[in-house]
Design a protein around this ligand. Structure first.
Ligand code: ZN
Length: 407
């Protein structure tokens, strides 16, 4: 029997252990502090123990954060030496979760995991529990069978993915633990059959728009300046300008166009008979790589100046998030080719590279020069009530990781 077949068999045989492990992980609440939780410290300690029990040497990277009782956010790294010790393939899973949202939408307690109909239900089951389990069991199989990875295989269990990764991947990149010739695989987005390999992300631009006028009584609007009306006008002008100026399509992306969405509005006056003097609203824009964000901001500025002049209101545009897209990972990159090959061999699938609207840690790895693929097999239930992971996906993704690491 080949090493690959032995690993696949071994992983298949650990289905029940994996399920039990996942239930243990999901019982440990790890809600991100920005979502009102106490963080992922306890889950990280559990994970460290599991990795050490599997015979792996674990390095702990602590990042100070005064909001959590432990005072630090923990990131774990472990490296399995490869035949080629010069480069490392990193697989990054995140430990934190978002909160459960509205409890009444859950059929069961989000923090008491339930195994039912081949699925494990609980907050964080798919995002990113599945990846925590499948990466661990892939490495366990390799360790037990004495199969060496082709290049070093690094596993990362990081903090703070759900809130910008400042205490997670970004701090690891700043510490310089990666080389630009390393590669990364991020199992934190995907499709139900695993046929999509994400190689590119759009740029992200979040805008906060503050319009200031003059607040007066609702019966005498002529004495004031209605910030709400001007704010709405600005939003519509912005919406129309962005959609017409940046209408290009790129078939690699899903959806293939840039998106510009007016989203949140902050509450203004409390009563109907007051003309608002202040209006605050937000846009979430995901922009195709062909459009530099500097240029987009320049166009927004000219709409802003024109409307300010026309109305006499003060309009401010503050980019709350502004991330120019990172270089796309080329299709010929070994990480994409290894994944494609594994999916062909194990599932008979012809996987296709795609681009998405952004938001995984893949963008940070790419920006540092590392070729990065974002891939997993999921029903896409992240952040939803009754989140689950299919046991089959958890087991089969572990096989793909073992295959990718050893071919
Ligand atoms: Zn996630």
């Amino acid at each position: 029997m080949s090493n690959l077949n032995r690993m696949v068999d071994r992983i298949e045989g650990s289905r029940d252990d994996m399920t039990r492990f996942m239930v243990e992980v999901l019982k440990i609440k790890a809600v991100n502090p920005d979502g009102g939780g106490k963080g992922e410290f306890e889950r990280a300690m559990f994970m460290k123990k599991q990795l050490e029990k599997a015979g792996l040497h674990v390095t702990r990277h602590d990042v100070p954060d005064s909001r959590v009782v432990e005072g630090v956010r923990v990131n774990l790294a472990t490296v399995l030496e490869g035949e080629d010790e010069g480069r490392t393939l990193w697989i990054a899973a995140h430990l934190d979760t978002v909160p459960e949202g509205s409890r009444e939408l859950w059929a069961t307690d989000p923090y008491v995991p339930i195994v039912k109909d081949g699925k494990i239900f609980g907050r964080g089951a798919e995002d990113n529990g599945q990846a925590i389990a499948s990466t661990l069991f892939a490495v366990k199989a390799m360790k037990t069978l004495g199969v060496k990875p082709k290049m070093n295989l690094g596993l990362l269990y990081v903090s703070d993915e759900e809130s910008g990764s400042k205490y997670g991947v970004i701090s690891l990149l700043e510490k310089g633990i990666f080389k630009s010739t390393d590669m990364a695989l991020v199992p934190d987005a995907g499709s139900p059959d695993g046929s999509q390999i994400e190689v590119a992300e759009k740029s992200i631009l979040w805008l906060k728009i503050t319009t200031s006028g003059k607040q007066v009584h609702g019966s005498t609007p002529e004495k004031g300046l209605n910030a709400h009306r001007i704010g709405m006008k600005f939003a519509i002008q912005l919406d129309e300008m962005l959609h017409s100026k940046y209408a290009g399509k790129e078939p690699l992306f899903d959806p293939p166009t840039s998106t510009f969405e007016p989203t949140k509005c902050e509450a203004n006056v409390e009563n109907v008979n007051t003309v608002p003097g202040l209006d605050i609203q937000y846009f979430d824009c995901r922009i195709l790589p062909q459009y530099p964000l500097d240029e987009v901001m320049g166009q927004i500025e000219s709409v802003r100046l024109r409307l300010e002049k026309e109305t006499g209101a003060k309009i401010e545009v503050d980019p709350k998030q502004r991330e120019q897209n990172a270089n796309s990972t080329p299709m010929e990159s070994p990480i994409v080719q290894k994944l494609k090959n594994a999916l062909k061999q194990l599932r008979g699938l012809d996987a296709t590279p795609i681009g998405i609207g952004g938001g995984t840690v893949g963008a940070y790895f790419r920006r540092s020069g590392m070729h990065t693929a974002v891939w997993s097999t999921i029903d896409d239930l992240a952040h939803q009530p009754n989140e689950y992971c299919k046991i089959e996906n958890m087991v089969d993704d572990a096989k793909v990781f073992a295959y990718v690491a050893t071919t």
